[in-house]
Ligand binder design. Structure first.
Ligand code: NAP
Length: 241
């Protein structure tokens, strides 16, 4: 049996490690970040060319099952994989870590809604952690932003007043507290990514009484099989053999 594992996440790497070498797994990365953390086993890098490109690739590589372990906000890849697998009748699973509890956060459905919430509340010093692609919604804002991302956003996608912090998680509670204090942050903007690697910022915001604006996850495609954990996904793969 051959499995395509759509990755780019810690869960994708953990699942590859669990399955390798007993299962023939090819992990796939988008190729967005330089020097990505590589999963064990075979890896391919780069887009497939939409649904049609993915269907051709799945056929050419004799894939029997697809596990989509992409980030919960990688909605395009997830939609393409669901559609391609449905059309080719290939078994398909989405591995998605559980979302964070919203707590007292202001929940919004997009980056532009988050920008509106920031403006409405007149926040002035914002810790913006929605990633490289999440900054453009804030371009028109007069507030100051501490922008944390893995890779540098496009210069035209940056708000006037900002400082860039290029880094990759995991982050711990003490350093998140220190960052928010040092920069006198008065609001945190985050996606509901879920997982432990970047959760400390939420705990730090609660401890410092800093309001949170949280972008909710895009919905999953209809009728997909879903696993919350790497263990559940590994069990599912074992049942496909
Ligand atoms: P996206 O918007 O859903 O996907 C855009 C296009 O990128 C897809 O149509 C596909 O191109 C290609 N692609 C995405 N993931 C791929 C993969 N694992 N293997 C091969 N091609 C892939 O994705 P995104 O939000 O830009 O995320 C890109 C990658 O970064 C994903 O692997 C994701 O797991 C990881 N990541 C994303 C986030 C986030 O917040 N979005 C955070 C951490 C990690 P084609 O149409 O050409 O096939």
């Amino acid at each position: 049996m051959r499995v395509l594992l759509l990755g780019g996440t810690a869960e994708g790497r953990a699942l590859a490690k669990t399955l390798h070498p007993d299962v023939d797994v090819i992990s796939s990365l988008a190729g967005r970040v330089p020097d990505p953390a590589l999963p064990v086993g075979e890896v391919r890098i780069g887009g497939f060319g939409g649904v049609d490109g993915l269907k051709s690739w799945l056929r050419e590589h004799d894939i029997d099952a697809v596990v989509d372990a992409t980030h919960p906000f990688a909605a395009t890849m997830t939609a393409h994989a669901a559609q391609a697998c449905k059309e080719l009748r290939i078994n398909h699973l989405v591995l998605a870590r559980p979302p964070w509890d919203h707590g007292a956060a202001t929940v919004v459905t997009s980056d532009s809604e988050a920008a509106k919430a920031v403006a409405a509340q007149r926040y002035e010093r914002i810790f913006l952690t929605t990633g490289r692609s999440g900054t453009s919604a804030f371009v028109g804002s007069d507030a100051w932003f501490l922008i944390r991302a893995v890779t540098e956003p496009d210069v035209h996608a940056l708000p006037r007043n900002h400082q860039l912090l290029l880094s990759r998680g995991p982050y711990d509670y003490d350093s998140e507290i220190a960052i928010m204090r040092e920069h006198r942050i008065d609001a945190l903007v985050t996606k509901n990514s879920g997982g432990d690697m970047t959760k400390a910022k939420l705990d730090a915001a609660v401890a410092l009484d800093i309001p949170v604006v949280m972008v909710d996850r895009p919905p999953l495609p209809k009728d997909v099989h879903k696993a919350d954990t790497v263990e559940q996904a590994a069990d599912w793969v074992a049942r496909q053999a």
